[in-house]
Write a protein that binds this ligand. Sequence first.
Ligand code: FCB
Length: 452
Amino acid sequence: MRDSGVSISERMTQLNRRLFGEDFKFGVATSSYQIEGATELDGRGASIWDTFCKSAGAIKCGHSGDIACDHYHRMADDVDLMKWLFVDAYRFSIAWPRVLPHGRGAINEKGLDFYERLVDRLLAKGIDPCVTLYHWDLPEALPNGWLARDTALAFADYTEIVARRLGDRVAMWFTHNEPWCQAFLGYQIGMFAPGRKAISEALVCAHHLLLSHGLAVQVLRAHVKAPVGIAPNFMPVYPASDSAQDIAAARRQDGYFNRWFIEPALGLGYPQDMVELYGSAMPLVSAEDLRTIAQPLDVVGVNYYERMVVADDPGNGLLQCKSVTQGNYARTQDREIYPQGLLEQLRRLHREYGLERIVITENGAAFADVVTEDGRIHDAGRVAFLQAHLEKVVEARAEGIPVSGYFAWSLMDNFEWSEGYTLRYGLIHVDFESQKRTPKDSALFYRELTRR
Ligand code: FCB
């Protein structure tokens, strides 16, 4: 592969495994609804994403996760691909409605069996199974979804069922993936399932997600020895200028996006400036709930894709600010490329919150990949993206920031939520007609890096 005259082997002289230290784990990540398909098979119940995908206009091209990568049937081969990639770890999520079709009550053994087979196959191949308990596919059957406090209690029960079955074999646990997306895209902006549009509902959902996180950590402590954490998305926010107004605007955006989940989880409570801004939209929060939410964590997952530059914009929505473009950075299909933001985000998590163990749980890029005549995918843009971000991880480690793992998003192209199959984030190309998997040049690059 060549990109502006740089071959994979040349890139590898700039970046190699040794730079990351012996204990560093390289992995790939996916999530259940985005890859599994088989949404009606073997007793799986419906999730809010099954329902959301059916509502007109919700998803580009009317796509859904009904088939996705058909991973439910191709799991063994997909694990073999991971083995071929030489990854140390695989981060996947468990579909709650596959385990508990009604969200609570009767267990669907076939669903649990699937994850048990996956875990055992990973272990047989020497790959650490890292579980995310919730990556947005809530059982549809739970009345009122995350608006109901009961859903947090049901999540704790679901966690116990999974922990009892897999707790002796999973290497790392994450309660929630990107709770911001679930709460705010799902309940304020309406872009994600369940497609609701009220800030007050988003705040209730956020609170129940956090509560469920705290309860689940307590449950996990009773059943597993492996490290436990949460995987929020972080997006460093920069003020568009030095003006006090823009600085304050950036602070609001930061509170909304970055601080709202991690601070309560770390025992700091909800950010007071944001509580004031939300005013009457805020639900009542008891001190006891805040104590439950603030469980000690062994690891914090960082999902990083981009930064944001904001300017003050009085009258513009709740946050009174707008996103502006600054500088002339290269772009992926859907975002600006800003690797420095990853380093700055890591510094902040380390310095401000004193985190002792950080894992990059997601980082990756969508490009309009083309299968060329040689049957290959020369995704030079993705290779450069991965390299640039991995270099920032090396820098972070050199600064003493305890980053001990990196999961590329994603193992393979998959169902990209409201974008359907129009955005490809995989290291492995998926032909969604034939389900043929083809490693892209980025997979070859990653493989060179991960091989010991
Ligand atoms: C993250 C999600 C993940 C995937 C990537 C591209 O926000 O956690 O499921 O969609 O973005």
